[in-house]
Design a binder for this molecule. Sequence first.
Ligand code: ATP
Length: 256
Amino acid sequence: QGNSPLLAVRDVSVVFGGIIALNGVSFNMHKGNILGLIGPNGAGKTTLFNCLSRLYQPSSGDILMEGASILTRPAHKIAEIGIGRTFQNVALFPNLSVLDNVRVGCHSRTSSDIISDSLKLAWVRRSEADVNKKVHEILAYLDLEEVGHTVVSGLPFGTQKRVELARALAADPKILLLDEPAGGLNHEEVYVLGDLIKKLRDERHLTVLLVEHHMGLVMSIADHVVALNFGRKLAEGTPAQVQADPDVIKAYLGSK
Ligand code: ATP
């Protein structure tokens, strides 16, 4: 709404023992944008991702979702405030079918103390038929219909990643956090994934945080890029601005 960010990272620092993994990082995420988070190895990307998904507690700073701090919410409750995530190495139930894995996603936004009674009531009223309809709609959207009854462990890695995306979408996230989605994918699969993420933004106005090493993917689909190095924000702007930034070029060349 207006110019207020959907999510605001404010001066976040994370210290592990003596190591400063993140050092006063701030940026905003706006609704319907894809934000690419880049940086050389050890820059702090995973640490920041883990703060957003509540696996890590920042040593200082705050993270606000629609103006309210998320730092009081435990990790297992972030789906309820509209934060969905995928994992670097796929974290599905390998022995369940694609349909069942996505069904689980539908239930990850169940009633709790942080949603209103009217929402709880709406949830309870949501019939199994509604869940099935939704699951099938998501599978069709992600071109996974024909593997709906297939056990996840029997699918190629690229397809498993798409199932993970389907499961995350089933919880109706406002923000989707993608942890290196292109990792382990071939060129064609990365291209398909990029198109899919763009489609989610354009058709569903989803807000996406993309932590990614695959620079081609980030630069072709991100609206805004934040570059980290040694735990600090090095640069931010459009993909073209960040790509041309002398500090960013130096950081990447220096890390080779
Ligand atoms: P990569 O691209 O290699 O995944 P990254 O940008 O995700 O790197 P982080 O994994 O966030 O970087 O690491 C940032 C710094 O914090 C590194 O110096 C790392 O060694 C350190 N670090 C990360 N997690 C921990 C931890 N649990 N305990 C101690 N130090 C950590």
